[in-house]
Design a protein around this ligand. Sequence first.
Ligand code: NI
Length: 169
Amino acid sequence: MILKIVKYPEPVLQKPGEPVTEFNEELHRFVADMFETMYVSQGIGLAAQQVGVAKRVTVIDLSMGKDPAQKLVLVNPEIIEREGRQYEEEGCLSFPEIREKVVRAEKVRVRAQDENGKWFELDGDELLARAFQHEIDHLDGMLFIFRMSALKRDMVLRHIRKMQREGTW
Ligand code: NI
């Protein structure tokens, strides 16, 4: 089922997610729906808050559905190591058409549970490291505009307000 992606400034986007404690059929269905929703929107990552649910669940797939081996489900994830620095453009499905550079760690190690509750650790660098940091930020209620410089953030927010007035946001 394709879920509705909420856009900024929907309040749920800034709500920290509740930890997941039940690894049941309902969670599996939710994860499947998140992948389906992300693929139709051509995203590489989607957090539960973006479909209106404040829970610590995110899906990532850098191949956008082309390579099943790249499908990642992170439940209750945490970044346990960070290294280096990168400064690259990011977008977000809750901020359609907005792309800005954001400072992130170059490499991270993540600890998370899969959809059956099994803990695992995973390393990512470059784009994957950015996806981990961007999506785990979402689970904390943190949005990429708050990782930008104040100047860029003001520009983005002015642009959004203008689109809201024109009815195009
Ligand atoms: Ni996002």
